[in-house]
Design a protein around this ligand. Structure first.
Ligand code: AVJ
Length: 320
C-alpha cells in the first residue's frame, strides 16, 4: 500500500499485461483474422477515443450524462450514503463525479490497468472532493477483481458506465457479472449503463462519424503494430468498416484489405485477399429484457431502470 495523499491509498495488484506481440501474431494467424479491442488504447488510441466521445453521432456519453444527472437523487436514495463505490475501468474518473455529491460514499475504489493514468485521475479527484477516501487499485478487471485492504465496511456498489460491458460476448458478460456478485456479496449493488438495440441507421452513424474519428481510431491499431511490432501495414490499403450485425445484436468493426497483399509483422508474413478483413471489435446492444435476463442469471435482481425518451440507452440499478 502506497499513500499518495492523506485520503488516497494506492494499491498495485501488478496486473500481467498480455503481450501485444503475442496477441497480434496469434490473431493474424487465425482463419478469421482478429485482434482484441483492448489493444486500441495506446496513447494516441486513448486520445482518439476521447475524441469519439465528442462526436455528435456518438450519442452514448450525452444520453448517459443526462440520465445520471436527472436521476442522481433517486439513485442515491436507492444506494444510501456510506456505501463503498467500486468502478472497474474508471479511466478519467469523469462520470462518477455526476454522483459523488448526492451519493456520499464512505470510499471510492477506482480500478484501472493503466497505472499512471489511475494515479493522476485519483489525485485530480481528491483535489475536487477532499472529503472522499479513495482506494485506487491497479489491476486488469477482466482477469481479477480484488479489493485493497483497509476499505470501509459499507455496502459494496459496483459502477460500470459507458456501456463498457458491450465489448464482452454475452457468455463472458454473465461470467463477469457473476464475479461482481461474489465481490459485492448478497445485498450489494450494481449501477450499470448499457446501450440499447435501436434503428440501425443511428447505430451505424455512431460508429461511422462524418469527421472520420472512428475510422482513425480503428486504423490506429495498424499504426501501432507498425511502430511497436516492426510492421509494414500500408494504411492506404485498409479501410475502416463498422456496421450493425442484426442477427448477432452487435456493432462489428473491421479493417478491410482493399487489395491482395502481404504484410510483415515481427518478421512473420500474413496474406490478405481483396476484401479479407481483421475483426477488431464487437459492441453488443441489449434490449432491457435481454440485459435483465443476463443479470438475473448472474444472481442480480432489478431494482430500477432509467431510460431516455428515445430509448437509446438505459441505466440499471440491480441488487445482488
Ligand atoms: C468503450 C466499448 C463502450 O463500443 O461504443 C466506440 C468503444 N469503439 N467507438 C463502444 C468504441 C468505437 C465503445 N466502448
Amino acid at each position: 500500500m502506497n499513500v499518495l495523499s492523506r485520503k488516497i491509498s494506492f494499491h498495485d495488484f501488478e496486473p500481467e499485461l498480455e503481450s501485444f506481440r503475442e496477441a497480434v501474431l496469434k490473431g493474424l494467424s487465425r482463419r478469421q483474422k482478429q485482434i482484441p479491442p483492448k489493444f486500441f488504447y495506446d496513447e494516441i488510441g486513448s486520445q482518439l477515443f476521447e475524441a469519439i466521445l465528442e462526436q455528435p453521432e456518438y450519442y452514448i456519453p450525452n444520453v448517459e450524462r443526462d440520465l445520471l444527472t436527472a436521476y442522481a437523487n433517486e439513485i442515491s436514495r436507492l444506494i444510501e450514503p456510506g456505501s463503498v463505490l467500486i468502478e472497474p475501468g474508471s479511466g478519467s474518473c469523469e462520470k462518477v463525479q455526476l454522483l459523488l455529491e448526492s451519493l456520499l460514499p464512505s470510499a471510492y475504489v477506482p480500478m484501472d490497468i493503466s497505472r499512471e493514468f489511475l494515479k493522476q485521475s485519483a489525485c485530480g479527484l481528491s483535489q475536487k472532493y477532499p472529503w472522499l477516501a479513495i482506494y485506487p487499485a491497479c489491476l486488469d478487471f477482466t482477469q481479477q477483481m480484488l479489493l485493497p485492504h483497509g476499505i470501509p465496511h459499507g455496502r459494496r456498489v459496483v459502477f460500470i458506465p459507458g456501456s463498457s460491458l458491450g465489448n464482452f460476448d454475452p457468455p463472458e458478460v454473465q461470467h463477469f457479472l457473476s464475479g461482481i456478485h461474489r465481490l459485492t456479496g448478497n445485498g450489494g449493488g450494481l449501477l450499470v449503463g448499457v446501450d440499447r438495440k435501436k434503428d440501425h441507421s443511428v447505430l451505424n452513424a455512431a460508429y461511422n462519424d462524418t469527421a472520420g474519428i472512428s475510422a482513425e481510431f480503428n486504423l490506429n491499431l495498424l499504426t501501432r503494430i507498425n511502430s511497436e511490432l516492426e510492421g509494414n501495414f500500408d494504411l492506404d490499403r485498409f479501410e475502416h468498416r463498422a456496421y450493425y450485425n442484426d442477427q448477432r445484436g452487435r456493432i462489428e468493426m473491421h479493417l478491410v484489405s482493399s487489395q491482395v497483399q502481404q504484410v510483415r509483422v515481427s518478421g512473420q508474413h500474413f496474406q490478405f485477399t481483396k476484401g479479407e478483413y481483421i475483426h477488431t471489435e464487437n459492441s453488443y446492444k441489449y434490449s432491457p429484457d435481454e440485459f435483465i435476463t443476463l443479470a438475473n442469471a448472474s444472481g442480480f435482481r432489478l431494482i430500477k431502470m432509467w431510460s431516455d425518451d428515445l430509448h437509446l440507452f438505459s441505466v440499471y440499478f440491480l441488487e445482488a
